[in-house]
Design a protein around this ligand. Sequence first.
Ligand SMILES: N[C@@H](CCC(=O)N[C@@H](CS)C(=O)NCC(=O)O)C(=O)O
Length: 219
Amino acid sequence: MLRLHGFAVSNYYNMVHLALLEKGLAFETVEVYGSQSEEFLAISPRGKVPVLQTEHGYLSETGAILDYLEDLGQGRPLLPAEPFARAQVRALMREIELYIELPARSCYAEAFFRMPVDAAIKDKARGELMAGIATLKRHGRFAPYVAGERFGLADLYFLYSLDLAEVVAQRLFGLDLLEGFPAARALLERLQQNPHVQMIAAQKEAGMAEFMAHLRSKA
Ligand SMILES: N[C@@H](CCC(=O)N[C@@H](CS)C(=O)NCC(=O)O)C(=O)O
């Protein structure tokens, strides 16, 4: 059986967790934090979660894991069948990750953990975030899902990147990232009604105190 390694506060872990639930695949979870221990690096070369344990071995990197799950051809598809439409979804996933999630991530320490981030990094993140949102506005279809009429892989990146990016923009820059982007706001609200999303949110909430203690133990 597939085993998903990671922890419920991780947004990338939650992308794969939601994919497995929405696809209806059988899986187990194994709670583990990312680390640079030799033991963990043996299953995740960069020491990050999520990691998917399969009958063939361990797989890391969320995009690769999601592709693998689609390639299994089991459960509900989260990519369209037609090659160009699939490529468009992948482009949206990359755009959300590179131009929204990663700039926001450079500021998570200050936004969520009260650890100051260098002003130059924050300045850069702010510009990149605005450009990332403009990119999504141009490319996303929001009909009502990011790539069109069906829920799919781009929605996983959207849901678990925009929520954090919004908090970063609000707390660090006093900006409402989705101002003037009602379709994105409506989609976030729609996705939050999904019972799997609600279950994952409850697990995140439940895991937060332990995660904070883990961070403190590393500091
Ligand atoms: N590029 C990776 C990013 C995953 C990632 O950043 N995971 C974070 C948790 S959200 C992590 O494991 N951090 C632990 C660490 O860096 O020590 C992916 O797509 O899976």
